[in-house]
Design a protein around this ligand. Structure first.
Ligand SMILES: NC(=O)c1ccc[n+]([C@@H]2O[C@H](COP(=O)([O-])OP(=O)(O)OC[C@H]3O[C@@H](n4cnc5c(N)ncnc54)[C@H](OP(=O)(O)O)[C@@H]3O)[C@@H](O)[C@H]2O)c1
Length: 249
C-alpha cells in the first residue's frame, strides 16, 4: 500500500467487481477514501483499484478461508460496504431449486455474516466505524416467484438490523440500503447468462444505475460521526414496489 493510501481512511467494498459495488468503490475513492475492493473477479477489481489508487484483493464471501485471508490483508477499516450478493432464478416455491436457494443464502446471508464478523474488530478500533449493507426492496415484502431471494434478503437485513442494537455504545454506525431495480449484471446472474431475459427486466422503464446507489452510500458515510442514517429505500420513479412497475411499450 502506498503512503498516500495509508493517510486516507479505509473503506472496504465487497462485490466491487461490478454494478453497485464497482460504482461505490469509485465514488468512495473520489470522496477521499482508500478503497479495498474485494470480489472473485480480481482482474476487474485491479483495474478499478488502479483508477482510484485503491487496493484489490481476492474475496469469495462463501469461503471462510478466503474471508479470513481477506480480512487479514486489510490493515484497518473505517467503512465496510456489504454489497456482494445477488439472486438466482425466479421460480414459485412449488418449483424451488435447492441449489439456487443455497447460493442465495450462502452469498447474501452467510457472506455478510463472515465478512462483518471478520472486520468488526477493525471497524471498532477505527473509533468511527460504519457498516453499510446493501439489502433490497426484497427485504421489505414478499413477491411472487422470489421467495429464495426475498428470504435471503430478509435474513441479511435481520443480521444487519440486529447489529444496530448489539453495537449500541460502540463507535460503529449502521446503514441499510434498500434499492429497487438497478441495471447491473444482477439479472444476467439471476437468469444464468440469458442476456435477452435480463434486458427484459428493464424494458420500457428507467431503472436506477449503480452510480445512483453509490451516491446515496457516499452521502450516508460522509455525515458527521453522531449522525446514523438507519435505512435508505431508493427506487426508480417508474417502480412503486417489487411487483408494480410502469412501462411504456
Ligand atoms: N440490481 C438490482 O436491481 C439490485 C436491487 C436491490 C439490491 N441489489 C443488491 O445489490 C448488491 C450488488 O448487486 P448488483 O446489482 O451490483 O449486481 P452485480 O452487478 O451482479 O454485482 C454483484 C457483485 O457481487 C459479487 N459477488 C457475487 N458472489 C460473490 C462471492 N461469492 N464472493 C464475493 N463477491 C461476490 C460479484 O463479484 P464476483 O462475481 O467477481 O465475485 C459482483 O461484484 C447485491 O447484494 C444485490 O442483491 C441489487
Amino acid at each position: 500500500m502506498s503512503t498516500a493510501a495509508s493517510a486516507r481512511p479505509t473503506a472496504v467494498v465487497t462485490g466491487a467487481s461490478s454494478g453497485i459495488g464497482a460504482a461505490t468503490a469509485r465514488a468512495l475513492g473520489a470522496a477521499g477514501f482508500h478503497v479495498v475492493l474485494g470480489a472473485r473477479r480480481l482482474d476487474r477489481c485491479k483495474a478499478i483499484a488502479e483508477e482510484i489508487d485503491g487496493t484489490a484483493l481476492p474475496l469469495d464471501v462463501t469461503d471462510a478461508e478466503s474471508v479470513t485471508a481477506f480480512a487479514h490483508a486489510v490493515p484497518e477499516a473505517r467503512v465496510l460496504v456489504n454489497n456482494a450478493g445477488g439472486a438466482k432464478g425466479l421460480a414459485p416455491v412449488a418449483e424451488a431449486d435447492e441449489d439456487e436457494w443455497r447460493w442465495m443464502f450462502e452469498t447474501n446471508v452467510m457472506g455478510t455474516l463472515r465478512v462483518t464478523k471478520a472486520l468488526l474488530p477493525k471497524l471498532i478500533a477505527s473509533g468511527d466505524g460504519h457498516i453499510v449493507t446493501v439489502t433490497s426492496v426484497a427485504a421489505l415484502a414478499p413477491y411472487d416467484n422470489g421467495a429464495g431471494y426475498t428470504g435471503a434478503k430478509h435474513a441479511q437485513a435481520m443480521l444487519h438490523r440486529t447489529l444496530r442494537g448489539e453495537l449500541l455504545g460502540q463507535p460503529v454506525r449502521l446503514t441499510e440500503i434498500l434499492p429497487g431495480l438497478v441495471e447491473t449484471e444482477f439479472s444476467l446472474v439471476r437468469f444464468d447468462g440469458d442476456a435477452e431475459r435480463a434486458k427484459s427486466v428493464y424494458r420500457g422503464m428507467t431503472p436506477l444505475t449503480g452510480e445512483d446507489v453509490a451516491d446515496v452510500i457516499t452521502f450516508a458515510v460522509t455525515r458527521p460521526s453522531h449522525v446514523n442514517i438507519d435505512q435508505i429505500v431508493l427506487k426508480p420513479r417508474d417502480q412503486a414496489d417489487a411487483m408494480r412497475v410502469h412501462r411504456t411499450g
